[in-house]
Design a protein around this ligand. Structure first.
Ligand code: DGL
Length: 269
């Protein structure tokens, strides 16, 4: 059966992090309907095994398929790394967009030759990350750090607390001291910490790389390629679902509203 171009885009993450990607998608594709699913009951994914992550993401994909989506964005570096190959093999008709650490643009842009990458333990210790770094950043020094504890802070709304600042300082300061001039946010939860990250960086000239705008552009390109862009000219619908409690789903909605209404410095995009 042909996929309906007016069907919604599905977005999936372990929790609220994928809202950083959701916000760019609704900004760039305002006429598309979007359904967001978060595995709030099992967040975080970052310390889990590949088998566990695949087992957890699959019901999310099934829920989005039941919601009638035409494409799924895995708005989670961890789930992309662990599960996207399996998902593509299981649903060959459905286009998937995944997130990989934005090492390539960082390696191109660095002047110091040193790039910091902050991701989950799963992502930064993965074979996929090692291969990406080898392929796109040869001759560049990559300092990759697992931002343990950060996802939990974002999930509990503690993005701008002294605790968040202390942890971020602990992870980012050594990268900056070593000379990194690019900081790749390799977990979709981390752009939600942007204000605190900026405070930690202070006046130092460091580019913070959030892949969300590029992912939204790639999603648009893929829809166009498959002839799946809606031709409606009225705002799309927005739905939020989660494996957690109604309060978790409400938090997604609130975080989405808050994040969408935040304006960032141009050079932060
Ligand atoms: N937001 C996710 C990522 O991009 C997952 C974080 C987690 O659940 O540990 O990696």
């Amino acid at each position: 059966m042909a996929i309906d171009k007016h069907a919604p885009i599905g977005i999936i993450d372990s929790g609220v992090g994928g809202i950083s990607v959701w916000a760019e998608i609704v900004r760039q594709l305002p006429f598309e309907s979007v359904v967001y699913w978060a595995d709030s009951a099992h967040c975080p994914y970052g310390g889990r095994t590949q088998e566990e992550i695949i087992r957890l993401v699959r019901p999310g994909v099934e829920t989005l398929i039941r919601a009638g989506v035409k494409l799924i964005v895995i708005a989670c570096n961890t789930a992309t790394t662990a599960a996207i190959a399996t998902l593509r093999a299981e649903w060959p008709q459905l286009p998937f967009v995944g997130l990989e650490p934005a090492v390539k643009p960082a390696a191109r842009a660095t002047r110091s030759g040193i790039v910091g990458v902050l991701g989950t333990a799963y992502t930064v210790h993965s074979e996929m990350f090692r291969r990406t770094a080898e392929k796109y950043a040869s001759g560049v020094q990559i300092i990759a750090t697992a931002g343990n504890g950060l996802v939990e802070l974002v999930e509990s709304g503690r993005e701008e607390t002294p605790e968040a600042e202390r942890l971020l300082r602990q992870y980012i300061e050594p990268m900056l001291t070593a000379g990194a001039d690019q900081l790749v946010l390799a977990c979709t939860h981390f752009p939600l910490l942007r204000a605190t990250i900026r405070r930690v960086i202070g006046p130092r000239s460091v580019a913070v790389i959030d892949p969300a705008p590029a992912i939204a552009r790639h999603t648009a390109d893929l829809l166009r390629e498959h002839n799946l862009l809606t031709d409606r000219t009225t705002p799309g619908e927005r739905r939020f679902m989660s494996s957690g409690t109604p309060a978790d789903t409400e938090r997604l909605r609130q975080q989405a509203q808050r994040y969408e209404n935040t304006t960032w410095q141009q050079n932060d995009r």
